[in-house]
Design a protein. Sequence first.
Length: 420
Amino acid sequence: MKLNFLAGNRIIRIILLVGLILVLIQLRGWLDLSEKRTDDSFKQAGIDPLPLACIFRGELEKNEPLYLSLLKKGIPSQLIYELTSTIRGKLDLRKSLPGDSYTLVSTPDSILFFEYQKGMDEKYRVTRELGELKASVEPLKFNRIIKSIQGEIESSLWESMIDLCKNPELILKFAEVFEWEIDFLTEPQRGDSFRLIFEEYDMNGDFVKYGDILAAEYRSGSHSNQAVIYQIPNGRKDWFDSSGKSVRKAFLKSPLNYRRISSRFSYSRFHPIFKVFRPHLGVDYSAPAGTPIVSSADGVVISAGWKGGLGKAVEIRHTNGFVTSYGHLSGIAKGIRSGARVNQKDLIGYVGSTGNSTGPHLDYRVKVNGRFVNPLKMIAPPVEPIKPEYMADFQTHRNNLIYALDLLTRNDLLAWERKK
Ligand SMILES: [Zn+2]
């Protein structure tokens, strides 16, 4: 019974196979004909017949522009020119990065298809439509996952967070939420704690990038700073404290910017040591020579140059009678001269030891209407609280985020997923 069935099955298969071969032979003859026939229509459409098309795949190396990578593959420069000038409308090729990858389908004299993957989250495509090359941006679909982390400070924020992160960007984003309130280079103390919930994007299970930090908390002793993100209706998305005041202030907590400093050693584990001293009416930050210094508020440069015992120094006037000064610099940033406008966080110079100084440090002073104030205790005015008409909406939103922050961190849940 079984054998018979198998035998029968085999016969059917053989019949089918023979039939298929006959059909293929027929089809081949027909295809040959049609290829000859469509040769002209391909030419009319500006497309070369396919048989000679090749697929090239490549990845950009360090300091290697796209055209060079394509040249190395033997693509004629004429075609490269046509391709890059098409794609330029959608993508700035000067911003290409090592590791960007591409696929090119081309005949020796015509480009048929090109796809360019920039970083993890941008994809561009060039196709031929009616003879013309057209560039487009390809939307990529990511999963958005809400995750949480929490921890305690051992010695610095960086060291306590780095092992919990897929990349240091999350630390920088966290430091930026609080950069008007906490100087993460000098203030953290052993035993301080932090927790946050944030968006993470992945594709097929692979980490792509961090999104926004949705809620964050930094606790030091009995004092706690909390911030939640909120999209103001018809306005910008920003962080607010739990009472609805913007975390943004007219002055940064410190002119030593966490992101600028960290970018110099992003992938090392340790930050250099920064310390604060108050030997005079301002504050001294001991910091490695060359550490970048930023303007702590928007303003106009009053002076930039040698200033007696302060050595190389910059002085900036801000609104409401505030003046800040930065002394002992090793160098002054490009464009910083008397009369120049600066924005908060603009680079103004580098830590040094010029003038009366025994070692590299930044002498930072703040004056209000001619009188020195303690920059570490200065209470800077916040900008833009939530408008009363949005307060109820904000409060609901804040309660949800704080609830999520508690839930995710207290119960050690890893994440909950939400489709966008
Ligand atoms: Zn000093």
